[in-house]
Design a protein around this ligand. Structure first.
Ligand SMILES: [Zn+2]
Ligand SMILES: [Zn+2]
Length: 108
C-alpha cells in the first residue's frame, strides 16, 4: 500500500520511482508519474515522456524546440565544426544563451 504523491490515492498497487538525484516518489499510475516527474519542454511546455533532448541540463521535446531556444550562431558553429553524422549531442556554450521563454506553441 502506498499513497500517490500526485493525487493522494492510497492504492495497493502503488509503485515507487527513485530518480538519479536519489529522491523517491510514490505513484498509483503511470499517468500520475508523468504528471509528477516528467520534465516539461523549455520551449513549448509539453510533458516530455520519451527520450527528449537535453542541452546543458535543459530539456526539450524535439529538435525544433531546442533550435528555438538556442541561438542560430551556435547552431551554425556546431554544423561547421562537425559533419552532420557526428554532430555533438550537446551544443557547446549553449548555457550562455538566454532562452526565449515567452514562446508557448506546440510542435509540428
Ligand atoms: Zn495518483
Ligand atoms: Zn517543445
Amino acid at each position: 500500500m502506498g499513497t500517490c504523491d500526485v493525487c493522494g490515492n492510497a492504492y495497493a498497487k502503488a509503485f515507487e520511482i527513485t530518480l538519479a538525484d536519489g529522491s523517491s516518489h510514490v505513484f498509483d499510475s503511470l499517468e500520475c508519474a508523468i504528471e509528477g516527474i516528467a520534465p516539461r519542454c523549455k520551449n513549448c511546455g509539453v510533458r516530455v515522456v520519451g527520450h527528449g533532448l537535453e542541452d546543458s541540463g535543459v530539456t526539450f521535446c524535439c529538435a525544433y524546440c531546442m533550435r528555438q531556444a538556442s541561438s542560430d550562431a551556435i547552431d551554425q558553429a556546431s554544423m561547421a565544426s562537425f559533419p552532420a553524422s557526428d554532430a555533438p549531442a550537446r551544443a557547446p556554450s549553449a548555457s550562455a544563451v538566454p532562452l526565449r521563454r515567452s514562446r508557448r506553441r506546440g510542435c509540428t
